[in-house]
Design a protein around this ligand. Structure first.
Ligand code: PRP
Length: 183
């Protein structure tokens, strides 16, 4: 195995762990709807693009892939302070929508997206996130979850630090001194 990048403390989820869990999530989603239901998968840019690519290719139901992008006014901002940067391409009314995220941290992004899409009258609306920080104050339902992770800065499998490490095939913990020196 190649040497870990010096900014990384340890691998939290290996590539094999990740791929096995994606298979399980795709199987769970594929069996949770009627066989002729058409899913509308909405990946949240940028972080979800890798997870969505893996997940969508393993879902056996017919599906459409679309994307949204949001920006938040800084981490720790009050709930609701999220701005829509790019919307889905089609109306979602009457569709079986699944929001696909890489990570839920404070939950404010997913909460905003859930409320926004729920107001448009989808046939169903579920959420799927690959990792979730262990918190007990999440207001938004997470229907499909890959892993709970500790409250540390994680990178890889779509997750970044200043746009670095996003395409690593595993999820690793960033050394605290890497981000602490920048604040
Ligand atoms: C990350 C992640 C989620 C959000 C979760 O996006 O992809 O969308 O933060 O955080 P929250 O639960 O505290 O709202 P980020 O803003 O880092 O943008 P990126 O995906 O483009 O890197």
């Amino acid at each position: 195995m190649s040497t870990l990048h010096p900014e990384l403390a340890r691998i939290l989820l290996s590539e094999a762990d990740i791929q096995a869990r994606v298979n399980e999530l795709a199987a769970a989603i594929s069996s949770a709807y009627a066989p002729d239901d058409h899913l509308y998968l909405v990946g949240i840019l940028k972080g979800a693009f890798i997870f969505l690519a893996d997940l969508a290719r393993r879902i056996t139901l017919p599906h459409t892939v679309d994307f949204m992008a949001v920006s938040s006014y800084g981490k720790g901002a009050r709930s609701g302070e999220v701005r829509l940067v790019m919307d889905v391409r089609e109306p979602i009314e009457g569709k079986h929508v699944i929001i696909v995220e890489d990570i839920v941290d404070s939950g404010q992004t997913l909460s905003y997206l859930y409320k926004t899409l729920a107001s448009r009258g989808p046939a169903s609306l579920r959420t799927c996130t690959f990792v979730r920080k262990e918190r007990d104050n999440l207001e938004v339902p997470v229907h499909y979850l890959g892993f709970n992770i500790p409250d540390v800065w994680v990178v890889g499998y779509g997750l970044d630090y200043a746009d670095k490490h996003r395409t690593l095939p595993y999820i690793a913990e960033l050394k605290p001194e890497v981000y602490q020196q920048k604040v």
